[in-house]
Design a protein around this ligand. Sequence first.
Ligand SMILES: Cc1ncc(C[n+]2csc(CCOP(=O)(O)OP(=O)(O)O)c2C)c(N)n1
Length: 641
Amino acid sequence: MSDRPVTPLLDKVDTPADLRRLKPEQLRQLADELRAEMISVVGVTGGHLGSGLGVVELTTALHYVFNTPEDKLIWDVGHQAYPHKILTGRRDRIRTLRQGGGLSGFTQRAESEYDPFGAAHSSTSISAALGFAVANKLAGKPGKAIAVIGDGSMSAGMAYEAMNNAEQAGNRLVVILNDNDMSIAPPVGGLSAYLARIVSSAPFLNLRDLAKKLVKRLPRPLADAARKTDEFARGMAIGGTLFEELGFYYVGPIDGHNLDHLIPVLENVRDAAEGPILIHVVTKKGHGYAPAEQAADKYHGVQKFDVITGEQVKGPAGPPSYTAVFAKALLAEAERDSTICAITAAMPSGTGLDKFQQKFPERTFDVGIAEQHAVTFAAGLAAQGQRPFCAIYSTFLQRAYDQVVHDVAIQNLPVRFAIDRAGLVGADGSTHAGSFDITYLATLPNMVVMAAADEAELVHMVHTAALYDDGPIALRYPRGNGIGVELPAKPQKLEIGKGRIVREGKKVVILSLGTRLEEALKAADRLDAQGLSTTVADLRFAKPLDAKLIRKLCTTHEVVLTVEEGAVGGLGAHVLTLASDEGLVDAGLKIRTLRLPDIFQAQDKPEKQYAEARLDADAMVDTVLKALRHNSVGVVGEARA
Ligand SMILES: Cc1ncc(C[n+]2csc(CCOP(=O)(O)OP(=O)(O)O)c2C)c(N)n1
């Protein structure tokens, strides 16, 4: 080895145009620097690490070969796009990832012309890329669209719906299947087994020879050699039949960390006259960083960490998370009742169901990234006498809304929905916020909707849901830790549709739903200190509403404030409808609703998001004072003066 110092290349590469000025033999060094930069960045910011490390070479090769941003590069989910961000003019801001005012942890159209399509929910990339490709075809433009999708994201039906329609894009569409044999947890289902069979077949093991042959045999452009195109696309393929049946030319598997393999294949695909083409690239999640490679989850998502040791910074020891409390409570119910089973859509650790799985493997179902299937599968289980808990984040349940309405609610089947990450989610931002579940669920006939005010309430709600067989029932709880209340030794069965008074007063009443109760109690103390005696009720149920309690409180107080961590159309709307239907407002009652503002709130620290949303004690006090002074609160969500 030479002792000459190596001049960093990454400092010279601000955009893909700079990258394309490098010689192919310089790309290895660039990729190594890119990987080191990414590790150093995520060590400081936290975030998604393993997925990005696995696509460092692929990112480099794609921008080197394709003419981005004219060619549209669309990353599925977008959590693996940190190296892409570094190479596309955002290196100077990369250390602001996932912070207020900083770069998003996913791709975002507003952020860069190199992010043609925003993402964060999985399995949308092929549909979107197809849209770009067909738009180019209609406009007579030459640009290509390249979707990069992981094997986990390929488990969602939407990816196949898109592939089933892809033929019309011809050679303008390229799909790269990034197969790292991992999702967040190990991937599940038949597709994963199928890909594993392809990769373990003899030709892949002789990949080096194969790639050499490929480069030698392929004339460019392939348009001039249709026969060989076919040989390339089909002859090389070993087991790509599934994709071929869907109309794709299958190429692969290719070693996704070997630039000498990747570049010529991508060049040939770029120049191919035929299409659409699917390239099966095999990578290793966490590649090139030993702590990530060795971790069971390949460092899918991490806190800040020490780059040398890989050790993640632990937050101060606090109360258990809502997720952990839910998981423990469900386990206790399952010990008592053998018909209780649990369903997750590729989020066993995120939902806490990994614990359930250890104890009751035969009663746990990880269906892959397939929320729609999860819900209808649960409906079938419920119809046949099982008691399924479908544990899905609020934001991902959106995808299964028709299944919730049509397969569960209309048939009044007792599916239990455990809705995690309900409300604001801090660094993950608007794509992951659980803003809409109260609204979209409480509008449905037959549905029961509960929100836990603290972790003890969550335990009661899990118990209540387990015992409730009369129809669908949902319980929502937020991201993060509980507030440290003691957990009940014996859970209570709550009366459906009954709230509770937490604090008695005379003039003002706060009707709270969910964990904003803590702030409501702070606001009540401050209002009391100003001579405004305040009652606080925890309604527990957004549906059915405790009409009796609300009626009583509305007729005995002067100001009513509803508080919920959900969008307009939820608790506030239901209380207003009740008050209007029953003429409670006719006598001059002042009702105000605090809910999430009518904007997609960007990532930030939770306290800042709550302040922006006007869902903290300050906003509650302010709203009550304004209601008493002016009978008007101004625009919800407006910045404080
Ligand atoms: C609809 C939806 N459900 C769940 C998730 C949560 N999620 C984020 S990344 C991921 C795994 C993706 O696996 P894969 O596509 O193989 O990418 P990898 O992280 O392995 O690179 C999951 C389940 C999501 N983003 N979208």
